[in-house]
Design a protein around this ligand. Sequence first.
Ligand code: FEO
Ligand code: CA
Ligand code: CA
Length: 752
Amino acid sequence: MNKPTDLFRIPVDHDTDTNVSSNEHFSTVLEARLSRRSLLRGGAATAASALLGVVGLSGCGGSDNDTVTSPPPVNTTPPPPAEKLLGFSAVSKSLADTVVVPAGYTATVLYALGDPLSANTAAYKNDGTDTDFENRAGDHHDGMEFFPLSSTGTASTSAVDRGLLAMNHEATTDEKLSSHFVHANGGTQSLPRPALEVDKEMALHGLSVVEVRQSGGKWAYQKDSSFNRRVHQQTDIELSGPVRGNALVVTRYSTNGTRIRGTLNNCGTGRTPWNTYLSGEENWSGYFTRAATDDAARGNDKSVVSLKRYGRDQGAASRHGWETGGLDDKYQRWNISRKGASIDGSDDYRNEMNGMGYIVEMDAYDKSKSIKKRTALGRYAHESAVFGKPVVGQPLAVYMGDDSRNEYIYKFVSSAVWAAADATPADRIATGDKYLDSGKLYVAKFNADGTGQWIELSISNPAIAAYAGYKFADQADVLVNARLAGDAVGATKMDRPEWCSVHPTTGEIYFTLTNNSNRRVEPSGSSQAAPDAANPRVYTDMKGTTAQVGNPNGHIIRVKEGSAGSSSSSFSWDVYLFGAESGAAAATVNLSGLTADQDFSSPDGLAFSTSTGICWIQTDDGAYTDVTNCMMLAGLPGQVGDGKKTTLNHARANGTTLAVDTYVGKAATADTLKRFLVGPVGCELTGITETPDGKALFVNIQHPGETTSSANIADPTKYTSQWPSNAGYGAGKRPRSATIVITKNDGGRIGS
Ligand code: FEO
Ligand code: CA
Ligand code: CA
């Protein structure tokens, strides 16, 4: 996420509670290739050795077809020792202001907030006086994908020494209104906000593309690469798919409802099988303000229901007050009150928020191509968007979560069926039009018996068409208000769905459920939900003297599609891991039996390596941070159904018991789950991608030192973190979000 992800800091705009209803990454071309080649090499190998066997093949130049079936060249030198995945020594929990990795590994800072992206941009002084953020790295590095570049600078699926990192810049570090580390004196903490501060903050949000190269074992970003790019709040973006041109997205900027400026609060990512970048817009709602009398101004029409469901009651204040920067349209757009006299909203920004909340597709290799919001995938607080394993002749499935408390898990199924030639198309964004603009959107219902259903969110579904809570006009309205459609069909309220990823061999889909402070045995009020099989825990965890209630540590659920594959309407599921402190009660909290080398809280980023098959788990935690900073773990999971059924007996106030059955995956061992990395103070770990050979792992450290008070901006000794300057990177002592690259000192793959 970004900010107060955590349970027990004040949520500024995160994980809101608006569900009051009575509800690569890595599945890429590489992955498809990997599984096909694994099959070519014989089915008797274990998953791990099959994955190992692919490595030699995956380094075979720019061609990505499957015609290379010859054995590796004869090696006349003695073979190196057999690689053992998770052979490293687990990293201990840590409160140090540094990045800790296992012995034998090196983590190097590569690309931080403010770094120049053009030859003409000045070096970052990091004292709050810097400008020109449209040509610098944005803030709060989040989801990220590596796009290989051949030696001649063309798109590749196999290059390992040169590539583009495309990444999200989710937010900024702020305590009150101002992003204090990027302004000289901490900025203006009251309204109105000065235009220059607002301009800087708007430019810090969005996406960046930056070229990176490796030479002699050292990675560096290329300041003057022509591929470098920033996408920010002034960037023109197309609305694509069923919502394009709909009355719900008509604004003064786009009177025909086809365009919007910017992509906002971008969190998780994905990559398409045709090698483009997907970015999820998450907590965009908090950036908009509404007048205290706006319900009446709108005639109390159905837009009021929609706005409330998406977190913008009338009178809501915006996170930064950008709307106060001046009369210019670029500031006024953040006020979504009905101000104009028009019927259709073409004279104001009453509909502006309907243009945020999508999965956004960008061709990282080609600046000339439009960036498009893929509205067919629905509008909510998006995280990652991950493809099931593509099968020729079958539709593609994209899996997604809505990260707010008690929100839903979704699946999009394309109308078009997969054609192998589309893995390397001439026009990647046109290929996105083909697969992502037409299809069906489903929401998940998890049953108590370990099965589940994908329920289509269609205007022709009577439960949606006749929903009493909101009158849907058409399918575009269903997509814009996907949360309300999910309410209508009784989707399962989850413990904050964050990232998902697809296991490269089993094809099962793993979703992190980061935590939920509103899960209660006996819910009180509409924002709380009772435990169920898929979200079974309700307990109290102490942080010092503070009682943390609900599901403070989160879990990771996994789904196995039915026999119809990507287009299945049913699935089975279990819980891969329950986050917990190792010392917590085994029968009720530490259900996965985590040891001190494995315990974690609030899983968030999740990605399978297509090289090693390792499941990388990243945390964005506030519950266990009295003991350890956020971390990254490496897992080698089994599959749905490899564990057992467990019953949790929750005590009710009246002395009776609420029994909840759940399904716990096989307990991890020291060989199948280990802590790999712990980050600096106040950060979250997020964003993870790798070179195709698995030998360089790129990871983002977001918001180190975010617990620093803006009142202490002038005194670096009072910063809660001075990373990465304390790691020798860059000027100034203000903490900066940054990308690190992890390599193994013996040149091996990461996680071995
Ligand atoms: Fe931006 Fe839900 O994490
Ligand atoms: Ca996240
Ligand atoms: Ca605790």
